[in-house]
Write a protein that binds this ligand. Structure first.
Ligand code: CA
Length: 750
């Protein structure tokens, strides 16, 4: 380590040094109260000076922090009181020069007018030897979900980004990136440490990475960036949490808590991934490390409870393209994978992605002293190609017999127990797996001490219960005055609702007795940004809806929604939704995204449209309307449209979903209406995970399932088909044989 990088690594000492040194150069402190005063001060600052922004909200402030400090005399920009200076509206920060430090600021309630909230540059002038510490960026999002911007872009060299708090990136664009677009930003020796990367919800599209280092274009150049002791808390955006796209990086001792996706060594050689801890807690799509390229070292990492599959598995070693172009997968060669622990995790994939193009399996690579333990004894290996280019040695399997494709694994009887550091280890004497000395980076040593790490979602029924009568207008008033998480308990009676019920917070509508709802506008419930809706025990009729086409019981905001919503319909009855054509139960608008839609124990009868319209993202950009759609124990009768039109176009593979799960339900006369374009009772296009089991389909049109990218998982089993044709499964792009599993169904022609 050079003296320079050592200094920045321990730069927490820098302010003290600066104060001592500054006595001799009579450092100035400027407390500024408006933008003009700031601009004046920044013109004057010299090494050792400090500018403090006065406490309060600074609206529409595009901060340009430029200057030339000295190694022992930084120029600093900070808050009068850390956490009490709020940058809101259209604000951002550009930093350019030498030996600068920014701390204590909070960006919230707005979004950047440019493509970057924090940039280590001003145009072509870069920042070097500079630091950003204790800065918060909280939900500072462009209101257009698919408009791209970035929160932190590091340029220059020898910069440090530490103890920052980044939470709630909801629009498209990587949260943070290290840029290498000119030689002045390559071989940069940046240090990224002790940051809190707080929850980033599922984007439902490519472009939701949390941290990217480099881009494919410069990926064979060295970045020499160190990423250590950070906490990734539910960093779910997309398939890649960290995407290392450059050479010579170190990714050390970070914690990944219930984060969907993987740490991916996407491009670039000579990177070290060591001592990282992944806690999946059995959350869907939680993954570990994906290895690609040459001379990589993956050592001493700990993975537990990871459920990810395919490229998103707990441990994935890819196949590569021999002598391929720079933006494709390079083969894994000369790499070392040792002393990793894989505990109760689902998938270890070797040679993943093997196909005609990715034809080079790993070579000259060592896989040794790894520990694999699953209490249920499942087989974790999937081997896609010839693995003779990997030397396997000294690996310990705790619960399954050695795999057949190689030697180098021994089955030991392991007694696992949880050590004081929170990790599972076998009995003494077994040395395979992660080090017993591993210190897990805890959430509370990351980010800042003065800003709370709050939970991202407010659960249904977590607030108070409000009784509502059927008197005219009472329900509307109750919705307006309710707070997030409240339950509206509707007394028995007939409710005729004359206004849209606009839901802009999580609310539950629960029947207390026999509750009958009808409505006089084109929709009953409209879910707005920030809203989520739970319906329990209601009888809903469309009989009083306007006699026009296109009514819905529930629809989302016609404007783009940044916040993902949840919708649950439990123990409800819907009827008479046929006053005119195309009356849907749920209509999702473009630019809106549901984390979860659940329909359970409910009945739907006489519907002139679809039950769920989730097909508004028609440009084939890989965007869709809902991550999970689950239907349980429900009946659908005389529905002219489809039960669901669920559409995810495009061919990229960077999203987890959509998911569709339907069980124990009955469809009778569904999909036969003249305006049902797909002519299907269940229309799934580009859905990644489908499970349809133990349902009955009667006098309904067949399913139409279209697979758009390779390897979607579709299972249709143990259903009963009566006067209903067999499901149609189409492989749109892969050219492969149909991959759907259609088994044990009754009433299908063999
Ligand atoms: Ca991506």
């Amino acid at each position: 380590m050079t003296t320079l990088s050592r200094f920045y690594k321990y730069a927490a000492l820098a302010p003290m040094v600066a104060m001592v040194m500054s006595c001799s150069v009579s450092a100035e402190e400027y407390l500024v109260t408006d933008q003009a005063a700031y601009n004046e001060a920044v013109e004057k600052v010299r090494a050792g000076d400090v500018i403090k922004l006065a406490n309060g909200t600074w609206d529409n402030f595009e901060i340009l922090f430029q200057g030339k400090g000295k190694k022992d005399n930084l120029i600093r920009l900070t808050a009068e009181t850390k956490g009490e200076v709020i940058l809101s509206g259209q604000s951002n920060l550009r930093m350019a020069g030498e030996y600068l430090e920014v701390s204590g600021l909070v960006f919230k309630n707005g979004h950047t007018p440019t493509s970057e909230v924090i940039a280590f540059r001003n145009g072509k002038d870069l920042a070097n030897n500079s630091r950003i510490t204790e800065v918060v960026v909280d939900n500072y999002n462009n209101p257009e979900r698919y408009e791209t911007d970035f929160w932190v872009m590091m340029y220059g060299k020898n910069n440090r980004f530490d103890h920052n708090h980044l939470v709630g990136k909801r629009n498209k664009g990587v949260t943070m990136a290290v840029r290498m677009n000119t030689p002045d930003s390559q071989e940069n020796y940046h240090q990224i440490d002790h940051n809190y990367f707080g929850p980033r919800p599922i984007l439902g599209s490519n472009g939701g990475e949390t941290l990217r280092i480099g881009t494919s274009h410069h990926s064979r150049k060295n970045s020499f960036t160190t990423v250590e002791n950070n906490y990734f808390d539910r960093a779910d955006g997309e398939l890649e949490i960290i995407s290392s796209k450059s050479a010579g990086n170190k990714i050390l001792n970070n914690t990944f808590f219930e984060s969907r996706g993987t740490l991916t060594m996407r491009h670039g050689n000579d990177t070290l991934v060591e001592g990282n801890v992944f806690f999946g807690n059995d959350v869907d799509h939680t993954g570990g490390v994906r290895v690609i390229n040459a001379r990589q070292t993956v050592r001493g990492n700990y993975m537990e409870g990871l459920k990810g599959t395919r490229f998103g598995g707990a441990f994935v070693v890819m196949n590569g393209v021999p002598n391929g172009p720079i933006n494709r997968y390079d083969p894994v060669i000369d790499s070392l994978i040792e002393n990793n622990s894989l505990i109760n995790s689902d998938n270890l994939q070797l040679g993943a992605g093997s196909d005609e193009e990715r034809s080079a399996p790993p070579s000259n690579t060592v896989f040794e002293n790894n520990l694999i333990y699953n209490e249920d004894g499942r087989d974790v290996f999937t081997v896609y190609d010839d693995m003779s280019g990997i030397l396997f040695d000294g690996n310990v399997l705790g619960s399954m017999d050695p795999p057949e494709f190689t030697t180098g694994f021994v089955h030991e009887h392991l007694k696992m127990s949880r050590a004081e550091n929170g990790l599972m280890y076998p009995q003494a004497g077994i040395d395979a797996g992660a080090s017993r000395d591993l210190t897990v980076t805890a959430k509370d040593v990351t980010g800042v001490s003065w800003y709370p790490k709050t939970e991202p979602t407010i659960e249904f029924q977590s607030g108070k219960t409000i009784s509502v009568s059927s008197d005219e207008g009472a329900l509307f008033s109750a919705v307006q005055s309710a707070e997030a998480g409240d339950t509206l308990s509707l007394s028995a009676g007939d409710y005729v609702v004359g206004k849209f019920l606009k839901v802009d917070k999580p609310l539950t509508f629960k029947a207390n007795g026999n509750v009958n709802l009808s409505f006089e506008r084109s929709t009953l419930f409209e879910i707005l940004d920030g809203g989520s809706l739970q319906l329990m025990g209601l009888n809903i009729s469309g009989k009083d809806a306007p006699d026009y086409k296109g009514n819905s019981v529930i629809r989302t905001s016609p404007y783009a929604m940044l916040q993902n919503y949840r919708l649950e319909v439990i123990d409800c009855n819907f009827e008479d939704l046929d006053i005119n054509q195309s009356f849907n139960v749920v209509s999702a608008a473009k630019g809106t995204f549901a984390d979860n839609i659940l329909i359970k124990n409910s009945n739907f009868e006489t519907v002139s449209g679809a039950i769920l319209k989730l097909d508004t993202e028609t440009e084939d950009y890989g965007i869709y309307n809902a991550e999970y759609l689950t239907i349980e124990n429900s009946n659908f009768k005389d529905v002219e449209g489809a039960l669901v039109d669920y559409y995810r176009g495009g061919r990229d593979e960077s999203t987890f979903g959509p998911h569709f799960n339907m069980t124990d339900s009955k469809l009778t006369n569904v999909g036969n209406g003249p305006r049902n374009k797909s002519k299907a009772s269940v229309h799934l296009h580009g859905v990644q995970v489908t499970n349809i089991s133990e349902n009955t389909f009667e006098k309904s049109t067949p399913f139409l399932v279209t697979h758009t990218v390779s390897e979607p998982k579709t299972k249709i089993f143990k259903n009963k088909f009566v006067d209903t044709a067999a499901p149609r499964v189409v492989e749109l792009n892969s050219g492969l044989e149909p991959t759907a599993m259609i088994e044990d169904n009754e009433g299908l022609a063999p």
